[in-house]
Ligand binder design. Structure first.
Ligand SMILES: *Cc1c(COP(=O)(O)O)cnc(C)c1O
Ligand code: SF4
Length: 333
């Protein structure tokens, strides 16, 4: 049968799944059988909208208001409470950006804010107050960002970040990496993305063709905070990324009420390894306004990490770190 022209013009599956994300707190709660959950907050959603792909929501437990996946995305009244020490630019990025979407805080590595878009909105995210519209590299069609990287031969690794860089259509990523490939001092590419976890549909053939043809070793740092974020669709996406030659690492954020127990941490790192992903960092929360209720005190974080060290093989122990503005690297706790 010949498909109708309209079928041929359909966007790729992942873009449909992207657009189809749940954006109304009430809809999410009703999908989960949690209508009337009292601490859900329309006011918090107005300042940083809810956004969660349906496939990710499907991994949440129905009827459980404490579900660790739900807690990461549900706007709460508590977010609006000002807490001393929690600010709008917790890691000093606005100052470091220099207007072209490139953050060069650490030796040899430049982080490119490729886009402000994310498939999921994580309530603890330090970028929730970030002035993306002015500050992404894509806003200037990469030219200024590429100039900044070209002008500094000490930059050997380019880190695509955001937002979520894989939210860009593959031809745009391709255009960017073609231009980067002309810069001789770039030797490695790193991609920080939550999409293989929250929207595994994104890891499609076109993306893998692009990835597999890149002229550098590539690390993909995914972002899963809880073992239950993995399912068969995520495992398949990770396997495809590995088959395309990427090294897969996971960074998690330590979050009260989500993954602050020994069991949750051990399960996370064992589960991610089963998907072919090695733990990289366990971040202490960036102290961003609206996220204070997720914070785990440093002493407790250290203790948890020590117990984790005794529990897991060394290669499954993430480095416990905090980002401190002005430091030369992430700071180990
Ligand atoms: C976290 C970060 C990096 C990467 O640091 P690694 O320790 O190499 O993972 C690079 N640039 C910026 C601006 C960062 O925030
Ligand atoms: S940048 Fe990462 S942590 Fe922040 S909202 Fe986007 S996906 Fe979530």
């Amino acid at each position: 049968m010949i498909p109708a022209a309209s079928a041929l013009l359909q966007p790729p599956g992942w873009q449909h799944a992207w657009r189809d994300a749940i954006r109304e707190p009430q809809e999410l709660l009703s999908v989960l059988g949690l209508e009337g959950l009292v601490d859900a907050s329309a006011a918090a959603a107005a300042s940083f909208p809810l956004r969660v792909p349906r496939g990710f929501a499907a991994r949440m437990r129905r009827g459980d208001p404490h579900d660790p996946l739900l807690r990461q995305v549900l706007p709460l009244d508590e977010e609006l409470r000002p807490v001393p020490g929690f600010s709008l630019d917790a890691v000093g990025d606005t100052g470091a950006l220099a207007g072209h979407g490139v953050l060069h805080k650490y030796q040899g590595r430049a982080l490119l804010v490729a886009t402000g878009s994310c498939a999921v909105h994580c309530r603890y995210c330090f970028r929730r107050h970030f002035p993306y519209a002015e500050q992404t590299a894509a806003a200037g069609h990469w030219a200024a960002a590429l100039d900044a990287i070209r002008a500094d031969p000490s930059i050997h690794e380019v880190i695509l970040s955001g937002g979520d860089p894989l939210s860009l259509a593959t031809p745009r990523l391709q255009a960017l990496t073609v231009a980067l490939a002309r810069i001789g001092h770039v030797r490695r590419l790193r991609i920080h993305t939550r999409l293989p976890v929250v929207l595994p549909e994104r890891i499609d053939d076109a993306l893998l063709d692009w990835l597999g043809a890149l002229p550098w070793p590539v690390a993909v740092v995914v972002h899963a905070n809880h073992a239950r974020e993995f399912d068969a669709s995520v495992d398949a996406a990770m396997a495809r990324l590995r088959a395309a030659g990427a090294t897969l690492l996971n960074q998690a954020v330590l979050l009260r009420g989500v993954n602050d127990s020994l069991q949750a941490q051990a399960d996370l790192h064992e589960r991610s390894f089963a998907a072919g992903v090695l733990p990289y960092y366990l971040h202490q929360l960036d102290r961003v306004a609206g996220a204070a209720h997720f914070e785990v005190p440093d002493e407790q974080a250290r203790l948890l990490h020590e117990r984790l060290r005794a529990r897991l093989p060394g290669y499954l122990l993430p480095r416990l770190v905090r980002e401190v503005a002005g430091d030369a690297s992430k700071r180990p706790l």
